[in-house]
Design a protein around this ligand. Sequence first.
Ligand SMILES: Cc1cc2nc3c(=O)[nH]c(=O)nc-3n(C[C@H](O)[C@H](O)[C@H](O)COP(=O)(O)O)c2cc1C
Length: 258
Amino acid sequence: MNVLWVFAHPEQASLSGSLRDEGVQALVEAGHEVRMSDLYAMKWKAVVDRDDFPEETSPQLRVTTASRRAYEAGTLSADIRGEQEKLAWADLVVLQFPLWWYSMPAILKGWVDRVFVKGFAYGVTDPSDGRTLRYGEGTLAGKRALVVLTAGSQEPAFGPRGINGQLDLALFPLLHGTLWYTGMSILPPVAVYGADRVSAEDHAAAVSLVRSKVLSAEQDAPLPYRSQNGGDYDGDLVLRGSLAPGLSGLGVHYHPGA
Ligand SMILES: Cc1cc2nc3c(=O)[nH]c(=O)nc-3n(C[C@H](O)[C@H](O)[C@H](O)COP(=O)(O)O)c2cc1C
């Protein structure tokens, strides 16, 4: 399988850096091909601005329109085109980062903002019936996405009643709102907890976790999100009242019992 590993940590000699090296090594040893986007090492530009669309002449920049136009014309800046080419090649996309303020470091958010442009990652319709393809369908359908993160908090604090919220729900904007939105299948996130105080034993356990999860990513069951166009949502994209009756909150967007 072709694996794109996107790494967002400023320090190579970090826990995150060592887990990346181990995960990549495991994949390569198993015969997979891995390409790396080490965002800090690449000095990835994290903000969208006019420089991303060198040919854009309109006086008022509308990013959705300008990015689609530039994507279709092949005139997006070269760093964005390079990442899109890697994504198109990948069967599995690993996003690895330390959890910062419940989310990914800004450099990775900026990678998504700049690379996932309209036409490439979203904003496409089914030519046969005009339906917008998103949440389970879309241009990146068929690919798998795996988030690997380290977090300072201990595991119970990310459990069902933990103060941080359950991890997959705390990551809903990334897992559901971004990756599932583009059509990818989303694997359960892999987390190394208590990452600010790691004994040699903890480190060995973390290495073994990351190695095993990247190796099983081809077979593991993705999160059972409901698809937008599968009939579960009404015309306003609201979950039908007959499904998960009386319930609300992010958990209703999972198929029950899957
Ligand atoms: C700016 C910043 C924000 C952080 N926010 C969180 C957070 O929201 N939740 C959490 O559990 N840990 C948080 N942490 C702790 C980091 O997740 C932790 O330091 C990191 O995962 C350790 O891995 P590393 O040694 O590879 O950097 C934060 C750390 C920093 C520096």
